[in-house]
Write a protein that binds this ligand. Structure first.
Ligand SMILES: *Cc1c(COP(=O)(O)O)cnc(C)c1O
Length: 420
């Protein structure tokens, strides 16, 4: 598979080139040059083959010829060493739990896969790859965990309790300061000559490809029904929804995706008005989705040939307030005795709003993106009970915090990168 840029002015590149670069040289995002559909017979087989085998078949066309089959098999099987669970709250409402990985969020899929892919691509390089991640939340922990102990790679991020090849810098400044430091590092020619840098946020195609896996997992586990499937995706940077469209392009039957956001509803607004108006992010209780200018938006447009009416044909949007989100967590708990995190509640609200406006029969699948225990304070506020804390998270929270203090001055950051 060759990869092209959404901006159309960069040369085609290999998966290796796209993953190690992150962003295309023309400022666009890398996209697979063509996406092949699986035949209905193959899709039917996806229901009965072992899950690892199915994921391998799904990602193989995107990784050939860069990654030998036995390496790809290894990467896929190490990525999905945790279950994807489908919980049916009612015959027409299913929750797909994507949070059974090491950091209890769906980002484990992308992070684990990308880390191993990068590890493979830098093998044989005599330079060590440094992955920079500016983060204030979920992405950082998932990415850092994904890279833990992968040889040839070190990760520099803001907070961590991991150690080994992960270095945490605690910047005395805001999240914006962190992002500025990282951006400046990528634009610094001298630094890039002397250090081998890459980024691990969701603009990296290596994080999106494995996110097709759980869309396939849903397809395997859902009862065979002729009822149209509507998939509600709690969205921030829209990597998750982009991967859903990839999954649809390879043949999975999805009637519609719901772009479910919190008050940061730039995309739902665009779907109504046709105007894309990014704005500063607003803080909400589903904070992993507090994004005012979703970085995968160019990919969504690209997949829909840049036409509003095509985007509207595939995606319906809904933005929920914090008040609605908390009330929804409570009502889901009271109605089904199911505890969901605030991001998942935003997804359920999206599905319910869709159903109100569309009378044709459909079944809803909501992607549950984080374990409720990660947002225990919000859950407590919504339902008055704390969610049970899984052992993995308890152990993770108990680890000592290992971090290095860092000023917000770029020169200090650069000197640190060069010295280590
Ligand atoms: C990152 C994240 C999202 C949003 O995913 P995008 O791919 O950025 O749209 C939703 N929920 C949780 C818990 C997340 O960590």
């Amino acid at each position: 598979m060759r990869y092209r840029s959404t901006a159309g002015k960069a040369p085609l590149t290999s998966l290796r080139g796209a993953v190690l670069r992150g962003l295309a040289p023309d400022g666009g995002l890398y996209m697979p040059a063509e996406i092949a559909r699986h035949s209905p017979e193959e899709l039917e087989e996806f229901r009965s083959l072992p899950f690892t085998e199915v994921c391998f078949r799904v990602v193989r066309p995107f990784a050939t010829p860069d990654v030998p089959e036995e390496v790809l098999w290894q990467i896929v099987s190490e990525t999905i060493n945790f279950p994807v669970k489908l919980v049916s709250l009612s015959p027409g409402l299913h929750i797909l739990e994507l949070f059974h990985g090491p950091t209890l969020a769906f980002k484990d899929f992308g992070a684990r896969f990308m880390a191993r892919l990068m590890g493979y691509f830098v093998r044989g390089e005599n330079r060590q790859l440094t992955v920079l991640v500016a983060t204030s939340g979920d992405t950082g922990s998932a990415v850092a965990h994904g890279f833990l102990s992968v040889p040839g790679i070190r990760v520099v991020k803001q907070f961590t309790t991991l150690g080994e090849n992960i270095t945490a810098l605690e910047v005395s400044g805001t999240f914006d300061d962190c992002q500025r430091l990282v951006k400046q590092a990528f634009c610094d020619e001298e630094l890039n000559k002397r250090a081998f840098l890459t980024s691990a946020n969701s603009i990296n195609i290596g994080r999106l490809l494995p996110q097709m896996f759980y869309h396939v997992a849903a397809y395997r586990q859902l009862p065979v029904a002729s009822t149209a499937l509507v998939v509600a995706v709690p969205s921030g940077n829209f990597g998750n929804l982009t991967a859903g469209l990839f999954a649809k392009r390879i043949g999975l039957p999805v009637a519609k995706f719901i772009a479910a956001t919190n008050a940061n509803d730039v995309v739902p607004k665009y779907l109504i008005s046709g105007h894309y108006q990014p704005r500063a992010a607003q803080a909400t209780c589903s904070n992993a989705m507090d994004v005012g200018n979703p970085n995968n938006f160019p990919r969504l447009l690209d997949l829909c040939r840049g036409r509003l009416e095509y985007v509207q044909r595939e995606i319906w949007g809904h933005g929920a307030s914090d008040e609605e989100t908390l009330a929804e967590m409570k009502s889901v708990w009271e109605k089904y005795r199911y505890i969901c995190d605030p991001h998942t509640a935003v997804g359920i609200l999206g599905w319910e709003a869709y159903k109100k406006e569309h009378s044709e029969p459909a079944q809803g699948l909501v992607l549950a993106t984080a374990h409720p225990a990660k947002f225990a304070d919000v859950v407590m506020k919504a339902i008055g009970t704390a969610p049970p804390l899984p052992d993995r998270l308890a152990a993770y929270l108990k680890r000592p915090k290992l971090s290095v203090g860092m000023s917000r001055d770029y020169e200090d950051f650069k000197q640190f990168l060069l010295a280590h």
